[in-house]
Design a protein around this ligand. Structure first.
Ligand code: NAD
Length: 490
């Protein structure tokens, strides 16, 4: 632990002195008027650094830079773009430790999970780098009188708005395909976790990304974020965050007819039938809610367990939950670190009382740790019914709500009986049932007898209040590019 803290202090020293500035057109820029806000660590509430507090003028400067840089980047030989994106991936790998330590300190995520996030970021760049040369590929659809050709062109400057949970990885997930498609970018990272977005930007420039192709503007959602969604030169918004923010962005972008891509909240079910491999189901259920502090859009925050095995399964679960190690995020043995900030901590803690007043049982956890930092114990609610708030609302912490069911039909009704539809996890050894059930389950992504394993060519996204659009594979290019039809008379 101490060795990690010492290294972190070295990495953070420069931010402490100069703060996190915007980076526009290849230059460091303070926010207009020198406005800043203070960024604190959720670990012990100490100050990390000041951050540029940007507004509409800063967004305008970044959008102008992205617009000016578009033609050269769009028209560059895509094999050159591919090389630069691979170099960015190399740079991420070279600075993976710095990224991981800074992100843990900035967000409270445990190092054991975060050490992989940087490498996943590098993998995102490599995946889309390799696809850059084929991004414009189209089709030839001849008729009797026309040579019909379709092609794709980058849509233009993109506004990327990211949240504070795994902020580094999620930024790469949006920015890599946008750049591979030939778009330029203005990125507004979450105000609560600005440090690694700045490191990522530096890596990109060191890799040879031309000035203005990628611009970084820090600030709050209601100022910088809102201005980005309203800017006429920004052609599309790639947004990851809460469902209600997505709804606001849609309204804000209406006047300029923004194309939007939304990855939003979830209340994802893990459904365990009594014929499943229960040991594996238990491991996966625990991993999918108690890793990454439960601050994870794809977390399985509802456990639907068949009544015949509910008692046995829940008893094992309680025993395992009580053994989860809560602690300093830079301690390699820690499984759960502090939650991101005071307001979110208060929100998560409020559900302990809500559960009690709704009539559920707190079978494990259900309290904050009595120490500085935003630490809560991993929590399990049992005896819940689907109408309770703990079964309906995204708590976004290490909190699992267990709901028993008798029949497959009942499980489906409960699983689909929420506003969200991001992921679902089904555990059964009956293949016919798995097919029948997944066909009716309202979710954008479903895993059967598996935890969430991301495979980059597959579509990622949600239905209902969990999102609009898909990322991954060619789906990303569908968002960042326009289809164009050309009919030539023959
Ligand atoms: P949030 O919606 O509060 O903020 C996300 C980003 O939006 C931040 O950068 C914020 O500054 C900005 N923002 C806020 N108001 C804005 C406005 N009016 N206009 C423009 N930008 C605005 O979300 P959060 O609390 O940072 O993140 C947690 C949420 O993100 C959870 O709901 C989680 O499920 C969701 N999430 C979804 C996915 C997914 O893939 N579906 C992935 C990660 C997180």
């Amino acid at each position: 632990l101490q060795a990690n803290i010492d290294k972190l202090q070295g990495y953070l020293a420069r931010f402490r002195d100069s703060g996190v500035l915007n980076r526009i057109d290849g230059e460091d820029r303070p926010a207009q008027g020198g406005a800043t806000f203070e960024n604190h660590s959720p670990v012990d509430e100490t100050r990390i650094c000041s951050v540029a507090n940007s507004g509409a003028a800063d967004i305008d400067a970044a959008a102008q830079a992205a617009k000016a840089a578009l033609p050269a980047w769009r028209d560059m030989d895509p094999n050159e773009r591919k090389k630069i994106l691979h170099k960015i991936a190399d740079g991420i790998v070279a600075r993976a430790e710095e990224i991981a330590l800074c992100e843990c300190w900035d967000t409270g995520q445990a190092l054991r999970f975060m050490s992989k996030a940087a490498l996943r970021g590098a993998a995102n760049f490599r995946f889309f780098a390799d696809r850059a040369p084929s991004a414009r590929d189209g089709q030839h659809l001849p008729s009797a009188t026309l040579m019909n050709i379709t092609t794709r062109v980058p849509i233009g400057p993109i506004g990327v708005i990211t949240p504070w949970n795994t902020p580094f990885m999620l930024s790469t997930w949006k920015i890599a395909p946008a750049l591979a498609a030939g778009c330029t970018v203005v990125h507004k990272p979450a105000e609560f976790s600005p440090v690694t977005a700045r490191i990522l930007m530096e890596i990109a420039e060191e890799a040879g990304l031309p000035p203005g192709v990628w611009n970084l503007v820090n600030g709050f959602g209601e100022d910088a974020g809102k201005a980005l969604t309203e800017h006429p030169d920004i052609k599309a918004i790639a947004f990851v965050g809460e469902s209600k923010t997505g709804s606001m962005i849609m309204k804000q972008g209406a006047d300029t007819l923004k194309r939007v891509h939304f990855e939003l909240g979830g209340k994802n079910p893990v459904i365990v039938f009594d014929d499943a491999d229960l040991d594996r189901a238990l491991d996966a259920a625990i991993f999918m809610i108690y890793s990454l502090n439960g601050e994870r859009c794809t977390s399985s925050s509802r456990l639907l367990v068949q009544s015949t095995i509910a008692e046995e399964f829940t008893a094992k679960l309680i025993e395992r939950v009580n053994r989860i190690r809560v602690g300093h995020p830079l301690d390699p043995t820690t499984e759960i670190g502090p939650l991101i900030h005071q307001t979110h901590f208060a929100k998560v803690c409020s559900y302990f009382d809500i559960a009690k007043s709704d009539g559920a049982t707190i079978a494990a956890g259900g309290e904050a740790l009595d120490q500085p930092g935003y630490y809560v114990r991993p929590t399990l609610f049992t005896g819940a019914t689907n109408d309770m708030r703990i079964a309906q609302e995204e708590i976004f912490g290490p909190v699992l709500t267990a709901i028993p069911f008798d029949t497959e039909e009942e499980a489906l009704t409960i699983a689909n009986g929420v506003a969200y539809g991001l992921t679902g996890y089904v555990w059964t050894n009956d293949l016919t049932r798995a097919l029948r059930f997944t066909d009716k389950l309202e979710a954008g992504m479903i895993w059967v007898n598996s935890e969430n394993v991301r495979h980059l060519p597959t579509p990622f996204g949600g239905v209902k209040a969990s999102g609009i659009g898909r990322d991954g594979g060619d789906w990303s290019f569908e968002f960042y590019m326009e289809q164009k039809h050309i009919g030539l008379a023959t």
